[in-house]
Write a protein that binds this ligand. Structure first.
Ligand code: ZN
Length: 149
């Protein structure tokens, strides 16, 4: 099995069995994200306690890449402080858009680096992350066509 095949397997596994998927009744923060180019929709709900992401879940529907990325994102940021989570959003965005930066130290997210070759799919991969940032910073709705608006 090549590295690419392995990466593919991991993405498909998260896509089929997303971690931390569902509603979070005790959420204190939430945001919705939409990627009109692919039709991916995601809602991220977060419970913040004492500046930390005590719990988070995502719901919605999208392609395997957007679902896998959201799933991995929830695993990575759970237990982190809000500041750390926002820094990870930035790091992941950079890793997915820059040739010189890779997702080192981001665990299974390294699997998504192959998506870089397909700029439209990068939006699938980063959607949940922009949505998380919006949720924890009190942002609201996010669309990949204006991620920072
Ligand atoms: Zn997509």
């Amino acid at each position: 099995m090549s590295l690419n095949d392995l990466y593919q397997e991991i993405i498909l596994d998260h896509g089929k069995k997303p971690r931390n998927f569902g509603e979070l009744e005790t959420a204190t923060h939430e945001a919705e994200g939409f990627n009109p180019l692919c039709g991916d929709q995601v809602r991220v709900r977060v419970r913040i306690e004492e500046g930390k992401i005590a719990d988070l879940r995502f719901s919605g529907h999208g392609c395997a890449i957007s679902t896998a990325s959201a799933s991995m994102m929830t695993q990575l940021v759970k237990g982190k402080t809000v500041d750390q989570a926002v820094a990870l959003v930035e790091k992941f965005r950079e890793a997915m858009t820059s040739d010189s930066v890779g997702p080192e130290g981001m665990g299974e997210l390294g699997c998504l680096s192959g998506v870089k070759q397909f700029p439209n799919r990068v939006k699938c991969a980063t959607l949940a992350w922009h949505t998380l940032r919006s949720a924890v910073t009190g942002g609201g709705k996010v669309t990949t066509e204006k991620p920072d608006a």
